[in-house]
Design a protein around this ligand. Structure first.
Ligand SMILES: *[C@@H]1O[C@H](CO)[C@@H](O)[C@H](O)[C@H]1NC(C)=O
Length: 208
């Protein structure tokens, strides 16, 4: 009699999960520094600067698909690979690799409010992005306690009604002989009607 010993050193679990989660509305606030006093009427120069910047944004919108000069195409925004992300939390130690990132929808922005106040160097803006779709492939190498696991899959997220309301103040500084504006203080409120996350395929490789 012959004894055959099989050493199974890994198990591949192909779980084709199509998981859709509606994470509902969200509301995030962020601020840096203290924004200067705002409620002053716009001066004639401010109105001109505001009009010019809206015109510039409208012109840039027409360049979002192709890019222009040093500006890469922004809609769709594509990146074949991103810097790996390390997540260490409790018993989880993971490296997340993202590839084939594609973001659609940026060119459909609506400027609901734009106000530039030159005397105090602030910009007030209210911008809505009706729908932003993010598609990305992921590969996660994780150690859960002592168990190594690998996941691969595709993730899609659909954000509807993304609204950014913010105030930015800046200072003008000379950098390499060029006058540049540096955002020193800001106050942002980011809200959305819904965030839908769709995990389209998920392959799990478990080593035992
Ligand atoms: C931003 O603009 C939208 C659309 O006009 C409006 O519904 C919303 O109330 C505005 N937000 C703020 C904080 O003014």
């Amino acid at each position: 009699m012959k004894v055959v010993l099989y050493v199974v050193n890994f198990v591949i679990l192909y779980a084709n999960a199509d998981v859709t989660m509606d994470l509902g509305p969200f509301d995030l606030s962020a601020s840096i520094g203290t924004v200067k006093e705002l409620y002053q009427p716009l001066q004639p120069d401010d109105i001109k600067a505001t009009e010019n910047s809206i015109e510039l944004m409208e012109w840039l919108r027409s360049k979002f698909s192709t890019g222009y000069g040093h500006m890469p195409p922004l809609d769709p925004l594509e990146k074949s690979s991103l810097e790996p992300i390390r997540v260490v939390q409790g018993v989880v130690d993971a490296d997340v690799y993202l590839t084939n990132l594609r973001i659609d929808g940026a060119k459909d922005f609506d400027i609901d409010l734009a106000e530039i106040r030159m005397s105090i160097d602030t910009v007030n803006a209210n911008i809505t992005l009706p729908q932003i779709n993010i598609n990305v492939d992921f590969y996660i190498d994780v150690i859960l306690g002592v168990v190594p696991l690998k996941f691969t899959g595709h993730l899609e997220s659909i954000t509807t009604g993304l609204n950014v309301v913010g105030v930015f103040s800046s200072t003008e500084t000379m950098m390499n002989g060029i006058m540049t504006f540096q955002v020193t203080d800001d106050k942002l409120q980011i809200t959305a009607d819904n965030l839908r996350v769709n995990v389209l395929t998920l392959h799990t490789i478990m080593y035992v």
